[in-house]
Design a protein around this ligand. Structure first.
Ligand SMILES: [Zn+2]
Length: 494
């Protein structure tokens, strides 16, 4: 019997704003769609967190024995600079600035995205479709919506008619926005006169002469609206109605609201049973923003080459840190929090090493392993509560250390259970990785460089600048870069 039949999961559904018992459409099988990245820049930390939340959910469903099809798309066309269908296509703009082909931009940042996700030990989705690979599907949907009379064509563009749709549907069902307020609050921008109503959104946009990403359509040369690709790809690979749709909180409106409207307009059925949204991430208590410098990229966490961090942290420490907050809570990123997580992570890894060598005995124990195991599952069954799971893992860490110290004991059956359960949750579900031998080399290298930095500081204090420069230059030659800041010297490696 599959493990899933022993567990009932509750999921916080953004559609009802409450936790609901999870029941997949087909027993034992799950369809899950998550909005992927727009590949026009390096993946940022907020994205990483969103995708990590769904990676853990994917991993847990797999662990329970579900057959899960996880679709996460790549947006490589149609995502304009602002939500009101205005501005340049993000990819085309980057291509113009870097003087390369749009598809070179797509290739570059798709590779970056995959590299970062591999580094952080993500499982690949079952299907990773692209918007440009599904233009024909998107055109077919537009034709369908036009036939229903819920969209209109103006001057080579096609717009979704929100007021018409709202006559027999509820636009705002997901985000809780009220159509009257939307009408009231939407500004009409200069040059937006094509739309009947400013809150209507584009299904197809006519390509202006300078717009390089363009495809033929029944309405002339153009490109699809951003919201449409997800409706096309989710329907194609998961069906008209599927189990879970996820994404970052910022996508709830308008992106996901529009997805619901498109699907209902097209085939008269609400496309998704459970909408899940991962919360945002702050850095030192403030919103992350490139413009203010309150920003950090995933690879800067690894190298420590940023003023925000005192040193680099391993992918597993970062993962462990992120899992200490529930996916629906805001996560605050800071150097101190990462340092604390690293300590916790090392303690967990030490306990796992100890666990390998523990021996069973017949002395009675006051720790109930099977109850503890139930607690681990209960945490994840309750809307994937990873902080509670981690607290349970640390109850086991305490017990393991007591057995090692001889102040507690474990029988042989419990020893097998605790080993299997720790293995499953730490490595399979949370996706953490053991520190390898390479890790300890890294540690020694860091200590050696720290020693050289302190010798260089001594030389500088003694005004022996020839020596301090020599240390810096020689390190630079072998690819170790020192950077002096107000909080001291940090280093990065090639
Ligand atoms: Zn999407």
């Amino acid at each position: 019997m599959a493990l899933y039949s022993e567990h009932s999961i509750t999921i916080y559904n953004s559609l009802s704003s409450k936790k609901e018992l999870f029941k997949p459409i087909n027993e034992g099988a799950i369809g899950m769609y998550v909005c992927g990245p727009t590949v026009y820049s390096n993946v940022h930390l907020g994205n990483l967190r969103t995708f990590m939340s769904f990676d853990i959910i994917f991993r847990y469903f797999k662990h329970l024995g579900y057959k899960i099809r996880y679709v996460r798309n790549i947006t490589d066309a149609g995502h304009l600079e602002n939500d009101a269908d205005e501005g340049e296509d993000r990819i085309a703009k980057k291509a113009r600035l870097e003087q390369i082909e749009p598809m070179e931009v797509v290739q570059k940042y798709t590779v970056d995205f995959h590299n970062i996700l591999n580094t952080f030990n993500f499982l690949p989705p079952s299907i990773e479709p692209t918007a440009t690979g599904h233009i024909i599907d998107q055109i077919e949907i537009i034709k369908g919506i036009l036939e229903k009379g819920l969209a209109y064509e103006v001057n080579g563009s096609v717009y979704f008619d929100i007021l018409k749709y709202n006559e027999s549907n509820d636009y705002g069902v997901l985000s809780g926005r009220n159509i009257e307020d939307l009408i009231h609050n939407t500004r009409t921008l200069e040059g937006q006169t094509d739309k009947k109503n400013p809150q209507d959104f584009a299904l197809w946009k006519k390509a202006e002469p300078n717009h390089i990403m363009r495809w033929p359509s029944p309405w002339g040369l153009g490109f699809p609206g951003w919201h449409l690709e997800c409706t096309a790809m989710s329907t194609k690979y998961l069906g008209e109605k599927f189990d879970i749709h996820g994404g970052g909180m910022d996508l709830k409106f308008p992106h996901h609201e529009c997805e619901i409207a498109q699907a209902k307009a097209w085939h008269n059925c609400s496309p998704v049973n459970y909408w899940m949204h991962a919360n945002m991430l702050t850095l030192n208590g403030q919103k992350m923003a490139k413009s203010t410098g309150n920003n950090i990229l995933p690879d800067e966490i690894l190298s420590g080459n940023t003023k925000q961090l005192s040193k680099g942290f391993s992918p597993s420490v970062t993962r462990f840190f992120m899992m200490q907050a529930h996916y629906r809570s805001i996560l605050d990123f800071s150097n101190d929090a990462l340092v604390a997580s690293e300590k916790g992570f090392l303690k967990l890894m030490d306990a796992l090493k100890t666990l390998k060598n523990l021996e069973a005995s017949t002395t009675p124990s006051d720790f109930n392993v099977s109850k503890w195991k139930q607690g681990c599952y209960a945490a994840m069954n309750d809307d994937f509560n990873t902080p509670i799971l981690i607290a349970e893992l640390f109850n086991a860490v305490k017990y393991i250390n007591q057995i090692k110290d001889g102040t507690n004991s474990i029988d042989s059956e419990s020893l097998i259970t605790i080993r299997k359960t720790m293995q499953a949750f730490v490595f399979d579900v949370l996706g953490l990785q053991e520190l390898s031998a390479v890790g300890s080399h890294d540690e020694k290298l860091s200590e050696t460089i720290a020693l050289l930095i302190s010798l260089r500081n001594q030389a500088r204090t003694q005004k022996n600048f020839a020596l301090s420069d020599q240390i810096r230059d020689q390190l630079e030659k072998i690819g170790i870069h020192l950077k002096d800041g107000k909080d001291g010297t940090i280093f990065s490696l090639d």
